[in-house]
Design a protein around this ligand. Structure first.
Ligand SMILES: Cc1ncc(C[n+]2csc(CCOP(=O)(O)OP(=O)(O)O)c2C)c(N)n1
Ligand SMILES: CC(=O)[C@@H](O)[C@H](O)COP(=O)(O)O
Ligand SMILES: [Mg+2]
Length: 626
């Protein structure tokens, strides 16, 4: 029987011998590789978290002690040792285990958000709550070196450093990488802490001569740690964490479970906030992941992926880069996944990776624009959420010609509710002056990107879906900036937005089969609403919009407003994403679930038309029948 099969929960870990724990770590790595290469998910990060997770669960008592994982993509081992080994094969599948912590799955899971740099703030709050409630419980936060480049982490550290009596242990999982090499002064500093050669040599000397320090409790550890610390202070720069007033333990070999347990026990007994700096290797124990210089195994994806929206963007931006020396690109630690690597290859001096720091990325872009350049800020749609104020007041207020390229917009699916890019059009429609485009296919993405970078007096934004780019849908006519894609009559005007234009064409076919005359248009620039769209709408019995954005504050809202303001009498109906957190599943399954399919939309429109057959629709112009 495998050791893993004997582990139903953390208590079982505490009974295992050293050899059994070593065997367990091997078994866990085998399960991770076998499962994640099949289901997709975060292989590299979790291979690096095996020993840290085992040590955490052996030293602390989850769920009484709370374990918080930053981003949460590194919690697979935690799931395996908290009763979910048997269901681990359902990882990221519809109805199966989430790829992130989930309160519904286990009492051991508490933080589900996988937007980076939040763990220390959650932990700060939890530790304060336990202190105020008089509960003697520890909080352990695991944060990666990448997530530590996020500003929110430093807001939390600033508070934690001043709170000497918080039972809080922060494990910095330092593997030197995020979704690309971790950047900035922090990365350099962490490197200096972990790789001072003289310090390392003397450290090895101590380890060899003193052997493995038997666990003799804090006194001996303090003595040895003092010796090590003295060496480090003498040989390595004073750690910034200690400069902040935080107790710092490390660097600890993040794959030496015994050393980790010693460090965590010492931290646990300290009675105040402690940073344990664990040095790990992303992908540890699986050579393909260890040598993964482009982080392709950070998130395992299908091999030989078809040409995607990201590829189209990536190629077009390089072309623009050649003809426009003022165009520069910014990424927030996502150089490869946002397709900026080719641009960085061609124009290394015009590519800025700011770390996981979207707020800084946006306002730095404002600075670049004010300095006479045209920045292209490349983010996943969902990560723009945290930089809304910067878009509004740092960019748009100053009428900066910044172009935002929002990849993974719309329902993305597998990564669950915190990765669906269904808020960007709602947020951006609030921004005065900002122009927003939603390309329906690769050719329009190229066109609209070229148009966007030519706008220098207001911000522009493009948003497109995750995955394979859609086949080009050519226009049969153009009304102003609006592409007319189909024209068979004036019963229904279908306004398709971006990636949902293909769905609108499907709806049109289904309606025509019921004898209705349908016109399908793609506005291309969805904000501001094109006045020509209002003119066009006045000649129809029903106006419908279909989009892959949240319904609240949707493009549909904007169109409804424009129709009302334009005095259009035709009733209006918008189809969008309902205001709920959507569980993880494939994109198509999620769209089916929320009724955002050609079949369902056509059914609802036919029902409405049938109900009102022959009558003047009783809804006021721009009214919402949905
Ligand atoms: C706000 C935000 N921006 C970007 C991401 C995308 N993302 C997911 S994992 C990751 C890298 C995290 O690096 P690190 O914290 O060092 O953890 P590691 O994967 O190295 O274990 C990034 C950038 C995110 N989750 N949240
Ligand atoms: C960047 C990030 O958060 C990923 O780790 C997440 O899983 C999204 O993955 P894709 O890059 O495949 O959209
Ligand atoms: Mg990292």
């Amino acid at each position: 029987m495998r050791v893993l099969e004997t582990v139903e929960g953390p208590e079982d870990l505490k009974k295992l011998t050293d050899q059994q724990l070593t065997d367990l770590a091997t078994e866990i790595r085998d399960v991770l590789v076998e499962t994640v290469t099949r289901t997709g998910g975060h292989l590299g990060p979790n291979l690096g978290m095996v020993e840290i997770t085992l040590a955490m669960h052996r030293v602390f008592d989850s769920p009484r002690d709370r374990l918080v994982f930053d981003i949460g993509h590194q919690a697979y081992v935690h799931k395996l040792v908290t009763g979910r080994a048997r269901s681990f094969g359902t990882l990221r599948q519809e109805g199966g285990l989430s790829g992130y912590p989930s309160q519904a799955e286990s009492e051991h899971d508490i933080v589900e958000n996988c937007h980076a740099s939040t763990a220390l703030s959650y932990a700060d709050g939890l530790a304060k709550a336990y202190r105020l409630r008089g509960e003697n419980r520890h909080v352990v936060a695991v944060i990666g070196d990448g997530a530590l480049t996020g500003g929110m982490a430093w807001e939390a550290l600033n508070n934690i450093a001043a709170a000497k009596d918080l039972n809080l242990v922060i494990i910095v999982n330092d593997n030197g990488r995020s979704y690309s090499p971790t950047v900035g002064g922090l990365a350099t500093h962490l490197t200096s802490l972990r790789t001072n050669p003289r310090y390392e040599k003397i450290l090895d000397l101590i380890k060899k001569n003193l052997g493995r320090t038997p666990y003799v409790g804090p006194p001996m550890y303090e003595v040895l740690h003092g010796v090590k610390k003295g060496l480090k202070d003498m040989l390595a720069p004073q750690g910034m964490f200690e400069d902040l007033g935080l107790k710092y333990v490390g660097p600890v070999d993040g794959h030496d479970r015994n050393a980790l347990e010693d460090a965590l026990r010492n931290a646990k007994s300290f009675g105040g906030p402690v940073i344990v700096h664990a040095v790990t290797k992303k992908g540890f124990g699986y050579p393909a992941a260890e040598q993964d210089e482009e982080d392709n195994l950070h998130q395992v994806r299908p091999l030989n992926k078809p040409r995607g929206w990201t590829d189209v963007f990536s190629d077009e931006l390089v072309k623009i880069g050649h003809r426009r020396p003022d165009v520069v690109a910014i990424t927030a630690a996502m150089l490869h996944p946002t397709g900026l690597a080719p641009f960085a290859e061609e124009f290394p001096d015009r590519t800025f990776d700011v770390g996981i720091a979207e707020q800084h990325a946006v306002t730095s872009a404002a600075g670049l624009a004010l300095g006479g350049l045209h920045p292209v800020v490349c983010l996943y749609s969902t990560f723009l959420n945290r930089a809304f104020d910067q878009v509004l007041l740092d960019v748009a207020l100053h009428k900066c010609g910044v172009t935002f390229v929002l990849d993974r917009a719309g329902v993305t699916g597998d990564d669950g509710p915190t990765h669906n890019g269904v808020y960007d059009m709602s947020l951006l429609q609030l921004v005065p002056g900002l122009r927003l485009a939603a390309p329906r296919d690769g050719k329009r993405l190229q066109e609209l990107l070229d148009e966007a970078v030519d706008v220098d007096d207001v911000p522009t934004a493009l948003r497109f879906a995750k995955g394979e780019v859609f086949p080009d849908i050519e226009a049969i006519d153009r009304v102003g900036d609006i592409d007319v894609l189909k024209r068979s009559g004036n019963d229904v005007l279908l306004v398709g937005i971006g990636s949902m234009v293909a769905t609108a064409m499907d709806v049109a076919q289904r309606l025509e089969a019921h004898g209705y005359g349908v016109t399908v248009v793609d506005p291309r620039w969805v904000k501001p609403v094109n006045p020509k769209l209002v003119e066009l709408a006045s000649g129809f019995k029903l106006v419908v919009s279909i989009e892959d954005n949240g319904r609240s504050g949707s493009c549909g809202d904007l169109i409804a407003q424009a129709l009302r303001d334009g005095g259009v009498q035709a009733p209006f109906r918008d189809f969008a994403v309902p205001q709920v957190f959507l569980d993880h599943a494939k994109r198509a399954a999620v769209l089916q679930e929320i009724g955002l399919t050609g079949q369902e939309v056509a059914r609802e429109i036919t029902e409405q038309l049938t109900q009102h057959a022959g009558h003047a629709f009783n809804e006021p112009a721009g009214g919402r029948n949905a």
